[in-house]
Design a protein around this ligand. Sequence first.
Ligand code: MIG
Length: 831
Amino acid sequence: MDHVDIFEAAPRSPGALLRIRAEAGAIEARYERARVRVEAVSGGIARVRLAEAAFAPARTWDGVRSGLPPADAAVGETDGGAVLELDGMRVALEGDGAVLAVRGADGATWLASTEPARWGRARLDRLRIPHRDGDALPAGNDGVVLRQSFQLDPEDRLWGFGQRTGGLDRRGRSLTNWTSDTFGIAHHRGTDNLYQAQPLFLAAKPGRAFGAFLHVSHFSRFDAGAGHPDRLTIDALGAELDLFLFAGPTPAAVVEQLTRLTGRPLLPPVWALGFHQSRWGYASADEVVALVDTFRARELPLDAVHLDIDYMRGFRSFTWDPQRFPDPKAFAERVHERGARLVAIIDPGIKDEPGAGYGVADELLARGYALRNTDGSPLRGYVWPERALFPDFARAEVRDWWGEQHRTSLVENGVDGVWNDMNEPTAFDRPFSTGEARDRPFPLGMRHGGTDEAATHLEVRNLYAALEGRATFQGLARHAPGVRPWVLTRSAFPGSQTTCVTWMGDNNSWWEHLAMSVPQLLSMGLSGMPHAGVDIGGFFENARPELFARWMELGAFYPFMRDHSAMGTRDQEPWAFGEEVESVAREALRLRYRLLPYLVTLAHQAAASGAPLMRAMGYVFPDVEATFDVEDAFMLGRWLLVAPALEARCRWRTVVLPPGRWLDFWSGRPLADEDAGRSRPAVVEAVPGRPPLLLREGALLPLGDERSSTATPLSELRIVVSAPVDESAFEVVEDDGRSTAWETGEVARTALRSRRTVGGLIVEIGAREGRYRPSPRTLVVELRLDTPPDRVELDGAAVEARWDAARRSAEIAWQDDGSGRTITVRGGLAA
Ligand code: MIG
């Protein structure tokens, strides 16, 4: 892209430096035709703003947090410039032309401008923004593009960029940040922008990572080494470079810094971490209840069923079809009685039929809450309900009103979660029924918002879903006080993670899409959006039996696990492919449910620091080069390495083992143990029903018992222990799984420790801390050893430990009363 001329006329550039001033925690510089401000925001976070004249004003709809704990930064003037230093990162302005360099404390260059920034009116044809015939870029800064190029370290992998197809390292690609409905079956590794826009990335190499977030909701694009392998070029409409820089030094530190700025991920209710069954479209209340019954009868765990657009009356959001769903409240009760939850889809395209008894449309128009054309008339487009209006979520009163719509139709009827679809937003130029509907992009110059905060569509489109998500979340919180809201969204922007779980809509049933889901979800985690999933089995086309089984196995480790399929595809429920596939699916679901205490703990870690549940190997082993480019395996938290079967008829596969001892989770056998000191490959078996799963040394892994749904309380907490080299620690976090009381400290924390001794092992289960009291249960400690131990003591007294040769474990158990215990193991470990 770098080579493409996107300017209408010769671009402007900053010119000579006029003056530069270092103040407390900031640098201000004036150039002939530009101003720059470099500022310390919080620990590890700096902000660079570069504009021709004034910086864009702060906006109420902006999701970035203000008032963060201040940074400890030093500012100094240099020869012809100035530098701001914080947490090992130095941001320097050097001489004329607003030349910017980001360096490490050791002087190594992380990013450096290759030439001065340029500005000019953009050539619409070259920007490749979908637009309507006759559309022009609006006057003013919304039609002005800024271009800034940076030199990249050749060693850096570029991770993040949010929801994308293709591999984990996005270097060499051009990446557009513009939400779009790419409805169609053609997603492939080279597809550019999808439903979401996350203009951010991590640059990582062994031993060092930093990150950047382009705080621009306007249309933007990163050329991440497509035009020139070692150059990053940023194009941003809106005429401003507003770049937050994250000092790292590890990928985990970058994700923490990013989510400190854009907001920590929500904590989902525990049912949402269970299994979700969906399809477009279950056609009646009875069909959905029968579906839940089938899960129960077949002993397939299930926590949620999703209602796609067919539950509505003629695709009108916030209505129910009176024939097929005659009594929504009774229906929700039937689902709840069976231990499951109900999630209902909502589309933002509101049927344009005032005066026809559809109150949502009446109010939307009467109150003037719809998006408007430049001439002030309501904007109309065609979506599922045919001609539709679109709420203007950039306005606070519209968001309040939207939240209000959820009260009677959904919350009071007992719906547990809301699924926001089509919120890129999608619109077509004529009715679907004509069979000729084509995408009808919104006019670029269209205005959002009230008079004081008016913004063009180019500025706000990327935020539309994030603002809708916020409105939905707050509405649910208001109408069901104390209940943790759950919102699933298709489109998103940084900040969406605070109110929404996201999924990759409209994937395909091909193997490629199964495989691609791994780097896709790892990217989401690295982008600060840990709670994400893709549709198991694929949305479009018919899933094949073996693929579906493997997808369920992989999906057991997705942060959000849902089986979903398009209208017209063959049945895709776990039993739809015969007994063999069903039993693999059942094993996958059982494993998922056993993992729940671990997933809950990981979700708490995410809520505290942004740490993803599914972690790239290089995130967990940031110094180990061999792990950096792995995109077909990942860590679930810090204890489990998942190496899924991603190809047809796969029975074995290789996996890169990071240094250390790794046990096969199923058999307890160590892998490639002779080389434990270094990274090495291992071949693992991929028996259907037993996905390749490795337990890291020092693991203190909390598991639960198998349940048909999370409506049944946990009756066992099991700690799986693998010996550490030296010592290890982990904290299990629990909460009531459904309320918001965790926010005010209603959690239970159990500190776990393990330590190698001469000839044995000590495991300490700390006394439970915190106000939350779990239901009565057994606590099991499962010691993964090499041989049966000579002796096991619980608090100093010898106990009988049951030896299970099939998984090489010695097991002891007691009724958990929350008190601390010490387990001493003698023998059982190879020297
Ligand atoms: O135009 O509601 O991605 O999950 O089943 C398609 C019907 C609309 C797209 C979503 C998909 C959903 C479907 N929707």
